[in-house]
Design a protein around this ligand. Structure first.
Ligand code: PLP
Length: 361
């Protein structure tokens, strides 16, 4: 097999990034290990405890419990599963803002719960009145997002946790993308700020670990019991993960990246990414495009469809929000030079579009 993976030099819309060199190296070393079978692979199982300890520190969780999942999707599905198991309702529901990731649709499908999707306010954050109005005695879970996929917004997490608990429901925070930048902001988003029960926080996004390395954290270890099944043929007794065999590469690279970067490296990465986002937003605004303020390192802007298509044809890996805006995520691999080159291509397209067509006759 001679093929090489694509380079990152034109990737502007991914929420994954080039792994940090120490994470890449650790992933390779632990490629053939399986933390799903801790009796056989105790070294990587112990590394997973280290991963959860650091994730807990990042997320303000004093007595951390959880596991390294395959990604945010698995963590979100498992959070819904815990809440469903705890709920007494025959047909439990989950209340979440329309900005929540589509993984919750998968959770609802496989777990047989109803999704109650509420609107966001003018700042793209969960509308609290709408959440209050949707919660009832069948509500198992209220979801808040700390770093939304399309606009990088943080929902009012403490208020959402209050609403959830007043209805005897649980509260889950999806910080799959935001978890490694929010510690350096003033937002209230984690276990230390609000009475939340579970969280998705992914090392393989802003954490610079190799894929697959997601994180599920729970406030109380007993919540994992809701997920555990007996494992008769293994030397361990039960398993709480959704997948069976798991990649030790993800676990090892998460630990390597976090040991290397938490907190100083992540802090300077956040500053660099945020500066890049603000620079890009400014560059787009100066050219007359309407831009959604990048409160985290993610820029959305209105761009004509034809310009968007022409940029993709030039090889830029960009994507659009549900309402059609250009969406650029300033991940660690996204440099100022890349963004300047992107704006250079945009300018060329604009010049061409503004040159009047001259007829020969
Ligand atoms: C906020 C949020 N949650 C969950 C996910 C799903 O994560 P994964 O693709 O790792 O399963 C994403 C993916 O971008 C996300 O942005």
């Amino acid at each position: 097999m001679q093929r090489e993976p694509q380079a990152f030099d034109r990737v502007l819309s991914s929420m994954c990034t080039e792994p940090h060199p120490v994470a890449r190296e650790a992933a390779e070393r632990f490629l053939a290990t399986n933390p799903g079978d801790p009796g056989t692979y105790p070294t990587v199982a112990a590394l997973e405890d280290d991963a959860i300890a650091i994730l807990g520190e990042i997320a303000g969780l004093e007595d951390p419990a959880g596991y390294v999942a395959s990604g945010g999707t698995e963590a979100n599905i498992q959070a819904v599963r815990i809440a469903r198991e705890r709920a007494e309702a025959k047909r439990p529901n989950v209340v979440m803002p329309e900005s929540a990731h589509f993984s919750f649709q998968k959770a609802a499908d496989v777990l047989g719960v109803d999704l109650r999707i509420v609107p966001v306010d003018e700042q793209y954050r969960a509308d609290l009145e709408a959440v209050r109005a949707s919660v009832d005695s069948d509500t198992a879970l209220v979801v808040g997002v700390a770093g939304t996929t399309e606009y990088g917004r943080v929902d009012p997490i403490p208020a959402l946790a209050e609403i959830a608990h007043s209805a005897d429901a649980m509260c889950h925070v999806d910080a799959a993308w935001g978890g490694f930048v929010l510690p350096f902001t003033d937002y209230d988003w984690h276990f230390g700020h609000a009475d939340i029960d579970s969280m998705a926080i992914d090392p393989h996004k802003m954490g610079q670990a190799a894929v697959p390395a997601g994180g599920l954290l729970v406030r109380d270890e007993s919540l994992l019991d809701e997920l555990a099944v007996d494992t008769p043929y293994l030397e361990s007794t039960s398993q709480a993960t959704l997948t069976g065999t798991r990649s030790g590469a993800g676990v090892a690279s998460a630990v390597a990246a976090m040991e290397e970067l938490w907190p100083g490296g992540y802090r300077s990465q956040y500053a660099r990414s945020q500066n890049n986002a603000e620079w890009l937003a400014d560059a787009l605004e100066k050219r007359g495009y309407s831009v959604v303020d990048p409160t985290l390192p993610l820029v959305a802007a209105t761009l004509p469809r034809s310009t968007f298509d022409a940029l993709r044809a030039k090889g830029w890996r960009i994507s659009r929000t549900a309402t059609g805006e250009l969406r650029i995520v300033c991940m660690p691999h996204v440099t100022r030079e890349m963004l300047a080159s992107f704006i250079g291509d945009l300018d060329q397209l604009e010049v061409r579009a503004s040159v009047p067509v001259v007829s020969d006759d």
